[in-house]
Design a protein around this ligand. Structure first.
Ligand code: PGA
Length: 243
């Protein structure tokens, strides 16, 4: 199980205090994705640290971008790519996202590549088409790379307090895995009180947490829920056990 905290453009918690709190939580890969200015502090605190984005070139005239080698030089372990806020507000395309993911993996970074449909796309019955286009672009560029993880984040659930039901998440995750056989995290209004139910689904391999990752206790409690699920039964195990 993997739980990643996306701090977005917020200062976020104190890295040392967070690291101390997470030291007591075992059995889960906890990752933080702070703003660029806090990357070094998080690495120094001993946290597994990812950037929120990464460019495909190692250097060049790309104002405002950050390269895989610059991140590696800081001790950063990986990066998010393709977050819906990047796609929505900064014009990132499937081709660009795939290029970023491929370059980062090739450089030795881990990658959490985000996909997800809008409310409009879901309502018009296009969820699978949209997911297929987004995942195919990543798969064609990267294949089932061992350091690649997918995050399913329905756009309508991000920062809205509206979460996909566990069944909706399971359905989307199973579909994504049929296209690309890698772990899939769920993201979109994950909180301590819904994390366990979401992660009980057989194809939910962890969470990408936004708002709730800014608070040490709520992030730690989501990590704890993931750790318990990693040890205990998933819904499919229980069903098999009963059969
Ligand atoms: P949220 O954000 O948990 O605040 O909905 C999730 C994300 O954007 O990664």
């Amino acid at each position: 199980m993997i739980v990643a905290g996306n701090w977005k453009m917020f200062h976020g918690p104190d890295p040392d205090a967070l690291a101390a709190r997470l030291a007591g939580v075992t059995g889960v890969d906890a990752i933080v994705c702070p703003p660029y200015t806090s990357l070094a502090r998080c690495v120094e605190a001993g946290l597994t640290t990812y950037a929120q984005n990464v460019h495909w070139e190692n250097e060049g005239a790309y104002t405002g971008e950050i390269s895989p080698s610059l991140l590696l030089g800081l001790g950063v372990a990986g990066s998010l790519v393709g977050h819906s806020e990047r796609r929505l507000y900064f014009g990132e395309t499937d081709a660009g996202v795939a290029r970023r993911a491929q370059a980062a993996l090739q450089a030795g970074l881990g990658v959490i590549a985000c996909v997800g449909e809008t409310q409009e796309e879901r309502d018009s019955g296009d969820m699978e088409t949209v997911l297929r286009i987004q995942v195919d672009a990543i798969r064609d560029a990267c294949g089932p790379h061992l350091r690649l993880v997918i995050a399913y984040e329905p756009v309508w659930a991000i920062g809205t307090g509206r979460t996909a039901t566990p069944e909706m998440a399971q359905e989307a995750h199973a579909f994504i895995k049929s296209l690309l056989d890698r772990p899939v995290l769920y993201g979109g209004s994950v909180k301590p009180d819904n994390a366990d139910e979401l992660m009980s689904q057989p194809d939910v391999d962890g969470a990408l947490v936004g708002g709730a990752s800014l608070d040490i206790e709520s992030f730690a409690s989501i990590c704890q829920a993931a750790a318990a699920r990693a040890e205990g039964p998933k819904q499919s195990d229980t069903t098999e056990g009963l059969a």
